[in-house]
Design a protein around this ligand. Structure first.
Ligand SMILES: [Mg+2]
Length: 368
């Protein structure tokens, strides 16, 4: 069976403001600029996808994202793409993985809807009814992080992700303050976003290990695999890598260097959901487990990631919270959040509704 051909792809942009300034080791942001794609199939079915670019991790400028999405859309429409493997192949060649992610998600949403199945089914799942996400607290004074953490725990979240990586002594204080505030039943994981040297990382990790930390994400530079190996050997907590792995081919570099225990999949790094599944498969083959994270996606993009998370049993840790941190969104329904539990929608496709009036039209790509 082949899928209905793609007749038209429409590109939009949207600026999504955060509830408060979000600070990590590499900088601060107040909003997320995202690409939104609408796919229209030959049978009239409509699908939606979202891409949230990263300049610091992926080198993506807005110009690169828009030009890459336009080029990819032209290729898909002119080729009459109607096969998942071909869709992956075209998307994997895009110079902008988040542009590819947006285009791919819109097509997969439409294909799933055209048969009435959820996107999770299309991806081989879903094998979970819900996933339990963490909620991320950006870098701020230790006492402030503790206040935020307690507020989230009172809302029902049971996993807190703390951003660290600026000041080693304060980083230890941050973890202690949050642990003291939330008590022993809440999981704490941390992300240094490459902020520590190898020596600093070893020292900090061995101190924060006293406060029952689940794992440490990207303690040092993405390309220092020897350093990551040393941190892993000389510290007492599991190490996850995020910036070090973009695509499935990066997984084996990590495995060979014994540089991590956990690999963070992001749909925006892997160029889409099908690329993300390949990262999960490569990780499983290499004996590594996965977490799944996000960039600045709203409800639309996050729902895509939730379907990926619920369709691979090798993905065991969930950091899908960017829509929770937004002040407003153009997309609704899809994967909702209740006390840290994200639903896995059962509606056709992504199950997300989009308010098109909140989007800025960039281009329409259709057969001439
Ligand atoms: Mg990270």
């Amino acid at each position: 069976m082949s899928w209905p051909s793609i007749m038209r792809l429409e590109l939009f942009s949207v600026q999504l403001p955060y509830k408060e300034t979000f600070t990590i080791a590499t900088g601060s942001s107040t909003s997320s600029w995202n690409l939104v794609v609408k796919a229209v199939l030959e049978d009239g079915t409509i699908g939606w996808g979202e891409g949230s670019p990263s300049y610091s991790v992926l080198g993506e400028t807005r110009e690169l994202v828009v030009s890459s999405a336009t080029r990819l859309a032209e290729v898909l429409v002119s080729n009459g793409c109607n096969c998942m493997e071909q869709l992956y192949e075209f998307c994997s060649r895009s110079p902008s993985p988040s542009a590819a992610a947006a285009v791919e998600m819109s097509v997969l949403d439409a294909w799933a809807k055209s048969t009435g199945m959820s996107l999770g089914k299309l991806l081989g799942g879903p094998c979970r009814d819900y996933i339990e996400t963490d909620v991320t607290i950006g870098i701020m004074e230790p006492e402030e992080q503790a206040v935020r953490a307690l507020k989230y725990v009172e809302e029902g979240f049971r996993v807190i992700k703390l951003k660290l990586g600026v000041d080693p002594e304060e980083d230890v204080e941050r973890v202690k303050a949050v642990r003291d505030a939330v008590g022993g039943d809440v999981k704490i994981r941390v992300d240094a976003n490459q902020g520590w040297s190898v020596e600093t990382a070893i020292q900090v990790i061995n101190k924060i290990a006293n406060y029952d930390v689940e794992y440490v994400e990207q303690p040092t530079r993405w390309d220092d695999l020897q350093g990551l190996n040393r941190i892993r050997k000389e510290s007492s907590l599991p190490i996850a890598v995020d910036e070090s792995v973009k695509k499935h081919s990066d997984v084996f570099k990590i495995a060979r260097a014994e540089a991590a225990d956990i690999i963070n999949i992001k749909v925006m790094k892997s160029g889409g959901l099908l690329g993300g599944l390949r990262v999960a498969h490569a990780s499983e083959a290499a004996g590594l487990t996965n977490m799944i994270g996000c960039m600045g996606e709203g409800r639309l993009g996050i729902t895509g990631a939730v379907f990926l998370a619920s369709s691979s049993l090798n993905i065991k840790y969930y950091d899908l919270d960017s829509d929770i941190l937004l002040a407003s969104d153009y997309a609704f329904n899809g994967s909702t959040v209740d006390k840290g539990r994200r639903s896995v929608p059962r509606e056709p496709g992504l199950g997300v509704d989009v308010d098109e009036s909140k989007l800025v039209k960039l281009a329409t790509i259709k057969l001439a």
